[in-house]
Ligand binder design. Sequence first.
Ligand code: NOJ
Length: 446
Amino acid sequence: MRSEDFGKDFLWGIATAATQIEGAVNSYGKGPSIWDVFAKRHGKIKNGHRPEFACDFYHQYKSDIALVKALGFKVFRFSISWSRILPLGKGKINQEGIDFYHRVIDECLLNGIIPFVTLYHWDLPENLSKNGGWSAYSINADFNEFVILCAKTYGNKVKNWIVLNEPFGFTSLGYMLGVHAPGETGLTNFFAAAQHAAIAQADGGRILRAEVTNANIGTTFSCSEVIPYTESDADIIAAKRVDCLMNRFFIEPTLGLGFPTADWDVLEKFAISHSTWRHKERMTFDFDFIGLQNYFPLTVKFNAFIPVIQAWEVKAKSRKKPHTKMGWEINAESFYNIIKQFASYPNVKEIFITENGAAFNDKLKDGKVQDEERIEYFKLYLSAMLKAKNEGINITGYMAWTLMDNFEWAEGYNARFGLIYNDFKTQVRTVKQSGYWWKEFLTVLN
Ligand code: NOJ
C-alpha cells in the first residue's frame, strides 16, 4: 500500500482539539470552559491532571505547524475554543482570542497547509453550563451566535469547516454517564442534550452555508461496528439497540430520517416526551462531507440487568483480542465494515475520516520512541480504508489522531495518541517512529 494508491486529490491530515493542546486556559482574556472547571473536581481526571498547560500550543503553534508540514500532512485540523473568543459564551468578544486563531490560520496558509476548523470540540463555556448547557434549549441560540462570529471572522480564509465533534461522545459521556464535563447524569439530560446537539449541528451548517462563500461543510460522528457476542436472538437484538444509540442516533436526524425510533422503542418514548424531538426538519442539513471517527468495534451481549439498553460490552481483553492501551480492540476489518455501513445511506455524498489512531505505552529512550505497534495499526487501518475506497466509496481524506501526545480528557496525560512524543514538563517534542513512518509514506506526494 502506498499513499498514491488513494489518488492524487486525496487529502491527508492530522487532527487536534483546543482543550487538548492549547494550554493558556486562564490567560489572554479566555473565559473558563466546562473542562477547566470539571478538571478541578476531585477524582474526575486520572492523576488529577488538568488542561491548564496541555502542550502549550498557544505559544508554540508556529513550531507545531512546522512539524505538521515536516511530517508531510496537507491538512491541519484544530478547534476554536468558544470561551477564548466569547469568554461568557455570548456577548462580549475577546479580541486577543480572535487574533490568536487568525495567527494559527495564517501560519497554516503560509506553510501551504489547509486549515480544517472544528467549531465545537467539547469545551463549552462554563457560563453557559450554569443554565444547563447542552441540555437547555437556550444553547441553540448561543451556539448560533458563536458560529456566526466564527464564520464572519474567519470565513474569507477558512473554507473547510466541521460543525460538531462527535455529538454522541460529548452528550453521552458528559450528560448521561457523567465521566466527562460537565459531569451530568441521567437519560433525561442526555436525550435533551442530544436533541439540542442535533439541532445545533444542522443550524451550524446552514449558517456556514449562508456566511462563507465556497465553503466545504462537514460534521463528525463517532462510529463503531457493533458485533453480537453470539448468534443468539437476544445478543443480535441487543447489538441492534447499541447500534441505534451509538451510530444511528445522530447521523439519521442529520440526514432527514429522524431518530431511529422504529428499531428501539425506548427512543419512541422519549420522542413523545420532548417537543423538540419533532423538529425533524431543523435537525436536517445537507452536509458536503460526513466526518467519521473510528477507534474500536464493540462486541455486545444481552444483559437484562443493564437498565434501558440491556446490553453489555465484552471487552477485547477478556476475549483475548489485540487492543490498545485504552483497552480498545484493534480490528481493521471493523473499520472497513463501519465505513460501509455509513456509506450505505443514499444521501451521504462524501466521507472524510476525520479521526483514527491509537494510544500505546510509548517510552522515550535515547531520544527515540520506537512505537512499532502504532505503525502496524496505521498500516492495517489504511489498508482497510483503501479496500472500501476501491469498492467505490467516496472517501476523500483521512486525518490521523493526533499530532502530539496531549490532554486525553478523563485520562489526563496518561494516554499517548500522538505521532510526536511530548514531554509535558519541558514541552520538548520528539517525533516518534510512527511520525517518521508517516513522513516516508507521504513523501511521494510532497
Ligand atoms: C475522539 C475525540 O474527538 C478526541 O478528542 C479524543 O482524543 C479521541 N477520540 C481519542 O479518545
